[in-house]
Design a protein around this ligand. Structure first.
Ligand code: PRP
Ligand code: ZN
Ligand code: MG
Length: 225
């Protein structure tokens, strides 16, 4: 078992947020020796352990108090929040600061030749997504009935595979959509990376370390602006 007196931070193992999360730690003076296959990394110069996990698991790990801090996209955080609330939970966490990377949008996209004249065009359609709760919240507001098909990755393949009429997935550069013959028709959520903390008691030592990290982050982010 890991030493619970050390600050435990979850970051994405590999993907859009991992390089910049890593760089942020480095710029904050946290020396971590990350080895590709090792899922737990220890800071050499501070009492900090890094858990390298799938991004989708980070909000839950913070809400369940398994880790003290997590770096995560707001889209994934919001989806987990809606999902837990739908199951009758009251998930808690604290937002420490919005970060200056990981910008993307959650969008609805359709095949190039499909007609789109606003959300009503999606009436009774099938939409593939990894974000069913965010999609439902948006389309419920628009009074659009639809059926969602859950895919945890490669969502862009769904229309051509005959699984769905449209998709709802993250868009950053738009290259994935383009490569798969899809066009973005509506943006439903704009997101950036954010640093969150678990709710509840924190030892003075950990809280001081968090405050020190936040001060350094403030400097790093200001310098980049
Ligand atoms: C997102 C999304 C697309 C891709 C879009 O995946 O699911 O596949 O990025 O980026 P583009 O517009 O620049 O082509 P993400 O990096 O979040 O990985 P994950 O789905 O495995 O978590
Ligand atoms: Zn993911
Ligand atoms: Mg993806």
């Amino acid at each position: 078992m890991l030493d619970r007196t050390r600050l435990r931070i979850a970051m994405q193992k590999s993907g859009r947020l991992s390089d910049e999360s890593r760089e942020l730690f480095a710029r904050c003076g946290i020396k971590i020796n990350l080895q590709e296959q090792r899922l737990i990394a220890f800071a050499e110069n501070m009492p900090i352990d890094i858990l390298r996990v799938r991004d989708d698991d980070i909000p839950g790990l913070v809400m369940d108090g398994v880790v003290d801090l997590g770096i995560i996209g707001e889209n994934v955080l919001e989806e987990e929040l809606l999902s837990r609330r739908a199951q009758g939970e009251d998930p808690r966490y604290i937002t420490l600061r919005r970060l200056d990377f990981g910008g993307c949008r959650l969008s609805i996209a359709m095949p190039l030749d499909a007609e789109y004249q606003g959300p009503q065009s999606l009436q009774n359609s099938r939409i593939a997504t990894s974000y069913p709760h965010l999609l439902k919240r948006y389309l419920d507001e628009q009074k659009v009935r639809f059926k969602s098909c859950l895919l945890n990755g490669s969502v862009e393949v769904a229309p051509r595979a005959g699984l769905s009429d449209a998709i709802c997935d993250l868009v950053s550069t738009g290259a994935t959509l383009e490569a798969n013959g899809l066009r973005e028709v509506d943006v439903i959520y704009r997101s950036k990376a954010t640093l969150i903390q678990r709710d509840g008691e924190m030892s003075d030592e950990k809280q001081q370390l968090i405050n020190k990290m936040l001060t350094r982050m403030q400097g790093v982010i200001q310098a980049r602006e």
